[in-house]
Design a protein around this ligand. Structure first.
Ligand code: MN
Length: 452
């Protein structure tokens, strides 16, 4: 695997999946516009070489703009991503503590700390300001000392102040509240510009108490190398481009938002914890990384897809041993809608699948269950199953008011959503009348191809 982001970028370049942008760009909207476009055309990751007002900085964006880029980051063929991710996510490798690393080449402490010298990007039209969007936050549980690794957006509030959007239904948010119960702030390190396995590993849906650096180690097949921070008792990746050290200010909250979020809508202004920055360390010639979210598909969707799909796959497998495929759909923001195909052996098992998935609290709003002869990745086939195998009065289940982590603007109250499921599987008795019409010999037609 890759020692650091730079060695991965060299690899991507060799694959034709990294474009150097030499034209000067502003961190306000222009970098995000490039990422938007490359996401929409399934293009390469972008390395902006010249950022207006930030001499000496380069900005990386769209590193996970497509599934292909996620697959390259993990060194897995794209069509085997979920299957291989399921195994790799469970292979835990302990991180290694090293004395120092390139991220210590430059150290800003005291009066030298100045977040305005970082090329923090403003992304979407109505965003309240510039946000750090792909910082890897590392904190320790105040009760157990176990590390947590996750990604939360941070709004630039001052030369040494950031918001930290970590709500209580996320592990870091809960740790901030636990520290406040003890009258303390929570020490948090934010690493920017790390190799892909660390970013993907930070998104794993593992229980609180599992250090995601162990998951990242498993994904990369080698320990993540960590080094101690300068001003806080936290360890962070030694080969990162930048580390921002800080402490949350107990019981202080600040207005955060609007911000263009993963549903493709703006999350309104909400009260978020505040981080007081205590040091910034970085490499010489640092690469600042940003990530776009908003209308699907962006890197905020591709990065969450496999972590969520793995949870769903394992849950369905508990009910139906023969799970064929799980697909979180792009229009469903890779969070709200899922299609599951199963080999059904018991008449009503699709209904159990629907109830189990809606009750997970993952943010699922719509669950469609189809038979194993339907390709879940093909929206026409899925709709065909709905149109020929399903009766709404019999096969639709609606569950009102479930606890649910979601930014869906249609919900009746925060962290609440209804859910619905559709059983589009064929009844076990009388399957013949539902069989697909097939013309024999299509696979032997060699005088035309789909390339024509
Ligand atoms: Mn966690």
């Amino acid at each position: 695997m890759y020692e650091d982001l730079r060695s991965y970028l060299s690899f991507l370049e060799g694959q034709g999946q990294l474009l150097h942008v030499h034209q000067e760009v502003s961190p306000e909207f222009e970098i995000a516009a490039g990422i938007r476009k490359t996401s929409d055309i399934a293009g390469p990751a972008l390395l902006f070489e010249k950022v207006r007002g930030y001499a000496g900085w380069r900005v990386l964006g769209g590193l996970f703009a497509t599934r292909k880029l996620v697959a390259l980051g993990l060194g897995i063929p794209e069509d085997q991503l979920l299957e291989r991710y399921l195994t790799l996510e469970e292979r835990r490798i302990e991180p290694e503590l090293v004395q120092s690393g390139p991220v210590k080449e430059i150290r800003w402490t005291g009066n030298d700390i100045d977040l305005y010298r970082l090329p923090i990007v403003t992304h979407s039209e109505k965003d309240v300001g510039p946000y750090i969007t792909i910082g890897i936050q590392i904190g320790k549980d105040p009760n157990t000392g176990v590390r947590n690794v996750s990604v939360h957006r941070m709004l630039l509030m001052g030369k040494d102040r950031l918001s930290l959007w970590a709500p209580p239904d996320h592990h870091l948010g809960r740790m901030i509240l636990k520290a406040e119960d003890q009258g303390k702030g929570l020490e948090v390190a934010t690493a920017i510009g790390v190799e892909p396995a660390i970013i993907v590993g930070s998104q794993a849906k593992v229980p609180m108490g599992v250090d995601e650096f162990y998951v990242a180690g498993g994904l990369r097949g080698a320990p993540v190398k960590l080094t101690r921070c300068e001003t806080i008792d936290v360890e962070a990746p030694a080969f990162a481009e930048i580390i921002i050290e800080g402490v949350t200010v107990p019981n202080e909250r600040i207005a955060d938002g609007p911000y263009g979020e993963y549903p493709g809508t703006y999350s309104e202004s909400k009260q978020a914890p505040v981080l007081k920055v205590t040091a910034i360390t970085m490499r010489r010639d640092p690469i600042y990384q940003t990530a776009l979210t908003g209308m699907p598909v962006t890197e905020n969707h591709t990065l969450i897809e496999y972590a969520n799909s793995a949870v769903i796959y394992r849950e369905v497998k508990k009910i139906v041993p023969e799970v064929k495929a799980v697909y979180m759909t792009p229009g469903g923001t890779f969070r709200h809608h899922v299609v599951v195909s199963i080999k059904k052996r018991s008449q009503e098992e699709a209904r159990n699948v629907i109830l189990a998935l809606l009750s997970l609290g993952l943010g699922l709003k719509q669950v469609i269950v189809v038979d194993d002869d339907i390709d879940v990745h093909n929206p026409v086939e899925v709709e065909w199953a709905l149109s020929t195998r399903m009766q709404p009065d019999r096969d639709v289940i609606i569950i009102p008011r479930l606890a649910c982590s979601t930014l869906d603007p249609s919900v009746p109250a925060p962290r609440v959503s209804a859910g619905w499921g559709i059983d589009a599987t064929i009844p076990l008795a009388g399957r013949e009348k539902f069989a697909k019409v097939i013309v024999p010999g299509v696979d032997r037609v060699n005088y035309i191809s789909s390339k024509n």
